[in-house]
Design a binder for this molecule. Structure first.
Ligand code: MG
Length: 269
C-alpha cells in the first residue's frame, strides 16, 4: 500500500501545528536544539524498584536506541481476526467526528476513538503515523495513545530525534514503565504496534487479584515483555486499579495532535 499522501483537507487540519521546511534528522539521537527534556520532579515516586524516579521524571534513564524492523507495509489481518478499522468506514468505531481521509483516520481534537466491540485478552495490531514538522519537543511531538480497555495506555509519540520523560515515550506504559528500547521510525513513516494484552482479574470484593499484563512490539521490536500495569494510566499521579468488567472497548487518545491510524485488527485470546 502506498504511503498516504496528505490531502488538502489534512493540510488545513495540521497547518496550525506543523512547521514548514523541516528536515528529519538521519540519526535517532537528541538534537542540540532540544535544550531541555520535558517532565516533572514534583510528582510521587515510582514504586520499588524504580523508586529513585518520580512519575514522568525527565532524569530517568533513556532507553537505548534499537533498529526498527517494520517495513511500513500494511500487515494483513490473520485468519480469525476482527477488523476494527480497515480504512473504508468508521462503522466499527464510536467517534464519527474523526476525519477519514485516504483510508486513514486522524486523531485531533474530537475526543477519544473507541472500538464498538469490547475485548478482554487479545492481540491488537495497529499502524500509526506522525507527520513531519510538528512544532515543539517532547510531548508536543504527536501525543496520542492506545488505551487498552480504555484505561491502560501504551503511548504513541514521535520519539525519533526527540526526547521526553522515559515513562511518556513511545512504547511506554504511560506514567509507569519506559520501553526496553527506543525502536521508533522517523516521523512521516508508518509504524506498527503489536500488543498482546491480558486483562486484569478482580476478586469477589472487586479488588484487583491479578494485574493487567502486556507484551508490546513496536515496529517488530520487543519494547515491553510481560509487563504488569500498576493501575489505570493517569497523569502526574500514582496509578491504581478500579474495578471494571472483564471486557471493555479499547480506545485511541485524542490529544490535539494529527496522528494517523490505519489497519486495526484484533485476535481474541
Ligand atoms: Mg498519550
Amino acid at each position: 500500500m502506498k504511503i498516504v499522501s496528505i490531502s488538502a483537507a489534512m493540510v488545513i487540519l495540521v497547518s496550525s501545528v506543523v512547521a514548514n521546511d523541516v528536515k528529519v534528522p538521519e540519526k535517532n539521537e537528541r538534537q542540540p536544539e532540544q535544550t531541555t527534556i520535558d517532565g516533572y520532579n514534583s510528582t510521587p515516586l515510582q514504586p520499588a524498584p524504580d523508586d529513585k524516579w518520580h512519575i514522568h521524571d525527565p532524569e530517568r534513564t533513556q532507553p537505548p536506541v534499537a533498529e526498527p524492523k517494520y517495513d511500513g507495509n500494511v500487515v494483513p489481518a490473520p485468519e480469525g481476526a476482527i477488523l476494527v478499522f480497515d480504512g473504508k468506514s468508521l462503522d466499527k468505531v464510536s467517534n464519527k467526528k474523526w476525519p477519514l481521509i485516504d483510508g486513514v483516520m486522524v486523531a485531533g481534537k474530537h475526543g477519544a476513538q473507541k472500538s464498538m466491540q469490547s475485548f478482554g485478552d487479545m492481540h491488537l495490531h495497529l499502524e500509526w503515523f506522525v507527520p513531519v514538522g510538528l512544532k515543539g519537543w517532547g510531548q508536543k511531538q504527536g501525543n496520542s495513545g492506545v488505551f487498552l480497555m480504555g484505561k491502560y495506555e501504551v503511548q504513541v509519540l514521535n520519539c525519533w530525534a526527540n526526547r521526553t520523560y522515559p515513562d511518556g515515550m513511545t512504547g511506554a506504559l504511560y506514567g509507569q514503565t519506559p520501553p526496553l528500547v527506543n525502536a521508533c521510525k522517523k516521523p512521516g513513516e508508518w509504524q506498527s504496534y503489536d500488543i498482546h494484552f491480558t486483562a486484569p482479574v478482580f476478586d469477589k470484593d472487586r479488588k484487583m487479584a491479578k494485574p493487567a499484563v502486556v507484551t508490546v512490539y513496536l515496529n517488530n521490536v520487543l519494547v515491553q515483555e510481560e509487563q504488569a500495569y500498576l493501575g489505570a494510566s493517569t497523569w502526574k499521579k500514582a496509578p491504581k486499579y478500579v474495578y471494571h468488567p472483564g471486557k471493555q472497548p479499547f480506545s485511541l487518545q485524542s490529544h490535539g495532535n494529527p496522528v494517523q491510524y490505519r489497519n486495526i485488527w484484533v485476535l481474541e485470546k
